[in-house]
Write a protein of this length. Structure first.
Length: 346
């Protein structure tokens, strides 16, 4: 049976893996980080639990038994087995390291879907693909509200959608697993052109650059940002628009495209940020959760990406720069506090 591998078994990976398993004939296989993580999964009876809490009057709970391994796939002869289909839902900064062990199983015939926040992963992946063996790449942008309250337990708390598009080569055939995603009643997926998906990604980039670092620094829920001055939103939006509209690569893609100019309208973007804060007012951003758990954040692929585009195009980005630094310092401070507390206990 043909297989669909998942790299990243967090909340988004769990949501997509469980829901595609309802509609696909492909064999779902989770690629777990190490043997310790695999043993935890096996001790949980190889079970993922999905709770749909989007309608609190009628919550549902389902269990899924999905295969998992913690090593490269091997055929019956013990040789590396080719990975035909792969969905990657790791955090941006973890992607290259997580993918490297499987490079020998990937070729130009592999279909890969990245479902991640941020920008910049594609350029890093280009450096690790074998020459002339660049996979068939797709990008996904997901807006479902989902979190894990413990290992292997996914709670779906807000309906959204999954936008999918190619990262290159518009003429390639749409692989079966993408077609399966499109018919999932829960995921609400849609296949878009490269340009249309890029517009959605750019808008989400700016929204995340406004909300995520501020919730991490202030240690607050998304909706609590509405109680504060919008001055910081204005600054992030202004810098981001200046950088993106100055970028030569984006200008080539969106030459004479009126929709791109509309996308970059500052007042419209501010209204979008405020709307997202309201719609997700009870949500805790992934960056805030990473800071609280003393994990590395994706700030380098959000505000840090804007700063990189600014440097490339000679646009100053002092506000995005300082937000990136403050998020990293907040993680460091939490780490020092934990370290100090551990010494006191000893």
């Amino acid at each position: 049976m043909a297989k669909l591998y998942f790299l990243g078994a967090g909340s988004i990976g769990g949501l997509v893996a469980t829901q595609i398993s309802n509609v696909t004939k492909l064999d779902i296989v989770l690629l777990l980080r190490n043997e310790r993580r695999l043993n935890k999964y096996l001790n949980n009876n190889s079970k993922f639990t999905y709770e749909n809490l989007t309608n609190l009057r009628n919550p549902t709970k389902e269990e899924y038994h999905l295969r998992a391994i913690s090593h490269i796939p091997k055929d019956h002869g013990g040789l590396p087995e080719h990975i035909d289909n792969l969905i990657i839902t790791t955090k941006c900064h973890q992607t290259v390291e997580a993918l490297e062990p499987y490079i020998s199983c990937i070729s130009e015939k592999t279909n890969i879907l990245l479902i991640q926040n941020g920008f910049g992963v594609e350029s890093k992946l280009k450096k690790i693909w074998p020459q002339n063996k660049v996979p068939n790449m797709f990008q996904g942008v997901i807006s479902h509200g989902v979190f894990k309250d413990r290992f292997w337990n996914v709670k779906h708390v807000g309906n959204g959608d999954l936008k999918i598009g190619r990262l290159a080569n518009e003429d390639t055939e749409v692989p079966q697993f993408i077609q399966d995603l499109l018919v999932s009643p829960v995921l609400n997926a849609e296949l878009l052109s490269f340009k249309d998906l890029l517009k959605i990604r750019l808008e989400k980039l700016i929204v995340n650059c406004c909300i995520n670092p501020l919730t991490a620094i202030y240690d607050c829920l998304n909706g609590e940002l509405l109680q504060l001055s919008h001055r910081q939103f204005h600054r992030v939006i202004n810098e981001s628009v200046r950088c993106l509209t100055a970028d030569k690569e984006l200008n080539k893609i969106f030459v004479n495209d009126a929709a791109f100019a509309q996308l970059m309208d500052r007042e419209r973007l501010l209204k979008t940020v405020l709307k997202v804060c309201e719609l997700t007012k009870r949500n805790s951003s992934s960056m805030r959760e990473d800071v609280r758990q003393v994990h590395q954040t994706e700030v380098d692929f959000l505000n840090g990406y804007i700063s990189d585009v600014g440097k490339k195009n000679k646009v100053f980005t002092p506000h995005n720069d300082i937000l990136s630094e403050m998020v990293k310092n907040r993680v460091l401070l939490n780490y020092k506090r934990e370290e100090s507390g551990a010494r006191l206990v000893q």
